[in-house]
Design a protein around this ligand. Structure first.
Ligand code: PGA
Length: 253
């Protein structure tokens, strides 16, 4: 059965001390992760070791990096390799977030290389896709997302694709307070799953977790996650508030 996932994306926020406090506050609040549910925390690089310690021994809680480089090692000042992440015990990496695509010009092809190096090293990519408002207004979201999936993921084998988590994040809903309706989310998640089914077969597609991202909060998570093809969320702003993120964890189906 595919996993239901509450993934926190701290982005470039918090200090080490505030991050530690946030973990302690989340741990102190009542929440339960069932066998098929996971909480994942994508924290800034300097906090990865701290974060690993905080979730150590906690069932179904994992740490993610927010990025990695597409090369194994070498003279790439300022970059972080998957081998480094692996040596810390990191199991997930967020790839292709719209902020990285926009501010750091990450292309579908470049992301395909990052996906490959992660999978070669047993790290699960949380692969982000999603369209801008202008694309949605022209009703071009399906074609746009299909191209992102095709160019970055469709070279993978059926075994590999099941190690990837998808996060559909419409850019117009990220950090804007404007959430996609649960119907809008379900419609495109179903379309995304159909793309995987066409390429890899229904059984493989049914195994892939597809998260929704874009202004998810405690108050709307349950409604979004109740949709059959919405397998949890990738959460920015609300993941920085312990009570909000715990409400999101508790909204998983
Ligand atoms: P948001 O961010 O929840 O603040 O909209 C989501 C994301 O960018 O992952």
């Amino acid at each position: 059965m595919r996993k239901q996932i509450a993934a926190a994306n701290w982005k470039m926020n918090l200090t080490l001390q505030k991050g530690e406090e946030l973990f302690d506050d989340i741990i102190a609040l009542p929440h339960e992760l069932k066998a098929d549910q996971q909480a994942i925390f994508a924290v800034p690089f300097p906090y990865l070791a701290m974060a690993q310690q905080k979730v150590h021994g906690r069932k179904n809680a994992f740490i993610a990096a927010q990025n990695c480089y597409n090369k194994k090692s070498g003279a790439y000042t300022g970059e972080t390799s998957v081998e480094m992440l692996q040596s810390l015990g990191i199991s997930y990496v967020v790839l292709g977030h719209s902020e990285r695509r926009e501010y750091f010009n990450e292309s579908n092809q470049f992301l395909a290389e990052k996906v490959n190096i992660c999978l070669e090293n047993n790290i699960h990519p949380i692969f982000c896709c999603g369209e801008a408002l202008s694309v949605r207004e022209a009703n071009g979201q399906n074609d746009f997302v299909a191209k992102q999936l095709e160019e970055s993921l469709f070279h993978l084998s059926a075994e590999q694709i099941q190690k990837v988590v998808i996060a559909y994040e419409p850019i117009w809903a990220i950090g804007t307070g404007k959430t996609a309706t649960s119907e809008q989310a379900q419609e495109i998640h179903k379309f995304i799953r159909s793309q995987f089914a066409a390429k890899y077969g229904v059984a493989v597609a049914e195994n892939i977790s597809i998260l929704y991202g874009g202004s998810v909060k405690g108050s709307n998570a349950k409604e979004l996650f109740s949709q059959p093809d919405v397998d949890g969320g990738l959460v920015g702003g609300a993941s920085l508030v312990a009570s909000e993120f715990v409400a999101i964890i508790n909204a998983l189906k």
